[in-house]
Design a protein around this ligand. Sequence first.
Ligand code: CMX
Length: 445
Amino acid sequence: MSTLKNVLAKKIEEHRKRTTKLLVESGDVKISDVTIAQAIGGMRGVKGLVTDISYLDPFEGIRFRGYTIQEVMEGLPKPEGKDYPYVEGFFYLLLTGDIPTKEQAEEVVEDMKHRAKVPEYVFDILRAMPRDSHPMVMFSAAIVSMQRESEFAKAYNEGKFNKYNSWEYMYEDALNLMARLPQVGAFIYRLKYKGDTQIDPDPTLDLGGNFAHMMGLEPPYDEVARMYFILHSDHESGNVSAHTTHLVASALSDAYYSLSAGINGLAGPLHGLANQEVLAWIQQFMEKLGGQVPTTEQLKKIVWDTLNSGHVIPGYGHAVLRKTDPRYTSQREYCLKHLPDYPLFQLVSKLYEVVPDILKEQGKAKNPWPNVDAQSGVIQWYYGLTEYDFYTVLFGIGRALGVLANITWDRALGYPIERPKSVTTDMLEEYAKQAQEAKSNEHRA
Ligand code: CMX
């Protein structure tokens, strides 16, 4: 058994006791109430999910297994001479909660290399799709097409499967998928935008390095890939892609079905597609201005015009965060170091100066600050990846790290099929009436 699987097995053994104790001794302790506004309004703020992979504080931002982004980037082992850590070592952290040693991280690098072979039929399927299909359609289709490779589904069908060992099959699927996604992503990119001129994987490289290589992008794009995949990996369980993956897996669907479903959610413009929307929006108004960088006054007008036409400002706002997203800040720091004078970076920085005040003045968005998507396209564009409808695939490869770690733990802890209860509008009206009556009785008393 690999070190990672061994460590994970021990952690699971220990953790199961905590979950059982909570259920047996304190199962009826309340952690959340639900208002009518929350039931109608997308369950915002309702605590009804459990994950230990990451936690999102509205003001501090994301912590992965208790570590801030900076601690992750500084503390994890890195390939020789590189500034950003092995993605594989980060996956070790997400799964186990431990920062791996360099040896442990490199063991995962080697393990993933052995799992990285994408079946030929996936390429045939992708080539058979209309070339103008959105890259996220191709990505999702490629993932679900590999379902026949699922160890989890095989074990289930062969009756090997039980509540205690099912995580091991999910783990195998998670590692196999994670090892293959970079090639699937790079294949789609080169199929769609580079005339199907494919670049074979280089078995000497780690996941980030190999992705850059297969995309045909020179270093330091390998560093960008490592940073990008880590930053986009997880944002606790309630976001659409993580929640969907978890929900589908709760029906004992395997990792292929579950991840493909999560990727479909990521493809929505209010979620992961926002990174593409930011660039599309910028390109649109730059075209209107004849390529001239807008003045602050012009930018303010563009932002107001966008809002007044009923559109959201892509890359701004968040359902949980109430400050600038530290994933935005982390990418901004990269830009300040590597491309401070790049006009697109300066434009995005100018937007940062203008948009929050306007959103505050408009008074609708609860969070006027930028999220991860406001900054991410700039770096991609700088390194030559200008086909912005591909950006959400990059997000998807990263997001897979978090959601696959989550569903492995879901099986380890035996979480049941997810099935919240719904009510009708009549029932809500009845609750409202009863609350009003109770209030008037209180006044009278
Ligand atoms: N521009 C304009 N209006 C915005 C806004 C923005 N960036 N963000 C929120 N609002 C509006 C909402 O549309 C909503 O308007 P209505 O009352 O008319 O419906 C109002 O402000 C209240 O929304 P909220 O409670 O602040 O935000 P939600 O939790 O409902 O939605 C999000 C969060 C991210 C969908 C929203 O901020 C948004 O649409 N942002 C732009 C798209 C984006 O960047 N998405 C990526 C998020 C990160 C990710 O998942 O990748």
